[in-house]
Design a protein around this ligand. Structure first.
Ligand code: ES4
Ligand code: ZN
Length: 319
């Protein structure tokens, strides 16, 4: 039996497996520039974050209808459940769909078709976190928040993703303030490819409660001390870090040093269809490559629930 765990860093568009991509392409009459699933998989050799993002956005062309988003989410939830995931806080990237003429309603209602039955069907509770693309403008983020207003009863929080370097957190101060005023929880990707200063800025300027990745905090001992003192969770994604070359090989991942430093680390899958594994696969990989003992693995699983928004969201819904 896999350890029960919560998944806190998961882009639903990054769960699009080649087989489903081709199935949806056929259903929607979308032409993919790959002969078959095999040819597509060979494209999964990434140099860095941007080379991955190019393919990630390209494949989204197959997602067009509510049913497409429902099928995508259902496939993820079934896989996650099989690997011990009991709760998932799911990112989605509305701007990547809005710019293709797919509306906010199609995305949210479609995902909801799967999420509303997830506890019963898969034994997985879920929350939605809407991410802004940091390589788009701050105005576009604000327009996205406005477009989401009819759906805020289904959205727990906001996040910030896509190409990090050159797009510091402070660019999104206003939209994070507006989201906070609407009662939304706040997270952001920081310190994946960007410098430790972006982690500090995400905390100080955006008021994030949790940092996605945060890996590069290890370059700044004072920042590590602060993250420990303030119990700020980090949502690490070890297989992603290897595939996107944030670390050379898994055996050199700083996770053990981060745990030893007292950081509240969690292990997640990021974009499992692209990076070679779901949440349980990431646990298995760090166990094998880093020699983590049972106690450390249980700590990671426990951390995932501690770091989740579960309790708070239940309070919010009850109000
Ligand atoms: C992402 Cl790994 C990663 N980093 C930043 N943005 C993303 N969007 C989807 N996956
Ligand atoms: Zn991510």
């Amino acid at each position: 039996m896999p350890l029960p765990k919560a998944e806190l860093h998961l882009h639903i568009e990054g769960t699009l497996e080649p087989e489903l991509a081709f199935e949806l392409a056929a259903r929607n009459g979308v032409e993919l520039p790959y002969a078959d699933t095999e040819a597509l998989r060979t494209a999964y050799r990434f140099e860095d974050l941007q080379s991955f993002l190019d393919l990630y956005y390209e494949l989204m062309a197959v997602l067009r209808t509510e049913q497409d988003f429902a099928d995508l989410a259902n496939a993820y939830l079934a896989r996650a459940a099989a690997q011990g995931v009991r709760h998932a806080e799911i990112f989605f990237d509305p701007q990547a769909h809005l710019t293709r003429g797919v509306g906010m309603g199609t995305v949210v209602e479609g995902l909801w078709r799967a999420l509303e039955h997830s506890e019963r069907e898969h034994g997985v509770s879920t929350l939605l976190i809407m991410c802004f693309l940091r390589d788009e403008s701050a105005e576009s983020a604000t327009a996205t928040l406005d477009a989401a207003k009819p759906y805020l009863d289904r959205i727990t929080g906001i996040g910030l993703d896509s190409a990090e370097v050159g797009h510091p957190p402070a660019k999104f101060r206003e939209v994070y303030e507006a989201a906070a005023a609407l009662g939304l929880r706040r997270v952001a990707h920081a310190g994946e490819e960007g410098p430790p200063e972006y982690v500090t800025e995400a905390l100080d300027v955006l008021g994030v409660e949790r940092v996605d990745h945060g890996l590069r905090c290890m370059e700044d001992p004072a920042l590590v001390q602060r993250l420990v003192r303030e119990r700020i969770p980090l949502t690490l994604c070890p297989l992603s870090n290897v595939r996107l070359r944030a670390v050379d090989v898994l055996a050199e991942h700083p996770l053990p040093a981060m745990l030893d430093a007292g950081l509240l680390c969690t292990v997640n899958s990021d974009d499992p269809a692209y990076f070679g594994g779901y949440a349980g696969d990431n646990f298995d990989a760090v166990r094998a490559a880093l020699g983590l003992g049972e106690e450390r693995l249980r700590e990671l699983a426990r951390n995932s629930f501690v770091a989740s928004f579960l309790e708070h969201d239940e309070e919010r819904r009850a109000r």
